[in-house]
Design a protein around this ligand. Structure first.
Ligand SMILES: Cc1ncc(COP(=O)(O)O)c(C=O)c1O
Length: 305
């Protein structure tokens, strides 16, 4: 995949992609002190719709609060920066949007509270992140970092080394994606996705206090499932519950709703995407394109038509 577009939003200016540069002593480059989001916008053929923009920007500010850094913009300014970036590039296809606030002062001081924070918004055309027909996952040896050690609820750059190590391990063994256990051995997340399992007609997902990112897609799925009377129970999930589940799927902005058809060489169910996963994925595809009246509130149109 090649990530490219014409323009980037950087500290209040639209600059050419090639000119969106920072200094090598940038604090975030050394210590992982960046706060970022991954957002998608979908091209409907008539307009570009950003999915749950408000919720993503809100999470950014929560992440900054947890880190102790101050984003020098209001939430409204960040939302407008995202829209401005998409308009500047005049996208007419599905895109991925990466707003990033990063501690930019060139210093080796660790106390970020008084340091400068820059904001950039990068967006580029983006298709499927994982194969939508189903993936083969492996439970990896790296454990999900516990939230008493790093705030996994926050989308902070440095925390992603945990995900990088997990995915490198899974991919180097020939799998598509990693499943991470927490320190107690419960399965908590994929490297960049939340996990759901279906067992005996019920859906389960780990609770938010279980060292997971409080995913926006996770929240979307819980609400969509509730609409057809299927409650999602938040509970710790064991490895053997995953192996013996009827269905397993991963959810995230990039992964959307991806069926897991095999874990550690064991087929999940009959080794094909299950009916609940398929139904949710189809509904999700409509919701993000503003086709479901009840959830039109979740999409922000980019162009005035
Ligand atoms: C570790 C991790 N878990 C879960 C998710 C899913 O979160 P969301 O649905 O908000 O994209 C992501 C992606 O952002 C992630 O990086």
């Amino acid at each position: 995949m090649r990530f490219h577009a014409q323009y980037v939003w950087l500290d209040g200016n639209i600059v050419k992609w090639e000119d969106a540069k920072i200094h090598v002593l940038t604090h975030a480059l050394h210590y992982g002190t960046s706060i970022f989001e991954g957002i998608r916008a979908y091209w409907t053929g008539r307009n570009l719709l950003i999915f749950r923009l408000e919720d993503h920007v809100e999470r950014m500010f929560k992440s900054a609060k947890i880190l102790g850094a101050k984003i020098p913009y209001t939430a409204d300014e960040v939302r407008r920066a995202v829209i401005e970036t998409l308009r500047a590039n005049d996208f007419r296809e599905d895109v991925y949007i990466r707003p990033i606030a990063f501690v930019s002062t060139p210093t080796v001081t660790l106390d970020v509270r008084t340091l400068d924070v820059s904001l950039a918004v990068i967006a580029f055309p983006f298709g499927k992140y994982l194969p939508p027909q189903g993936i083969r996952a492996a439970v990896v040896s790296w454990r999900r970092v516990h939230n008493t050690m790093l705030p996994v609820m926050a989308k902070i750059g440095g925390i992603y080394v945990n995900s990088v190590l997990a995915l490198v391990e899974a991919r180097s063994k020939g799998f598509d994606e990693a499943l991470l256990m927490d320190a107690s051995g419960y399965i908590v997340e994929g490297s960049g996705e939340n996990i759901f399992i279906a067992r005996g007609g019920k859906l389960y997902t780990p609770p938010t206090h279980a060292s997971i990112l409080e995913g926006i897609t996770r929240d979307t799925v819980i609400k969509l499932a509730a609409d057809w009377g299927m409650t999602v129970q938040e509970k710790p999930i064991t490895r053997e519950e995953v192996y013996t589940a009827d269905e397993v799927f991963l959810v995230g902005t990039a992964a959307e709703i991806t069926p897991v058809v095999e874990v550690d060489g064991r087929p999940i169910g009959d080794g094909k995407p299950g009916p609940t996963t398929k139904k949710l994925a189809e509904l999700y595809a409509k919701v993000v394109r503003g086709e479901v009246e009840r959830y039109v509130k979740w999409v922000t149109p980019v162009y005035s038509t």
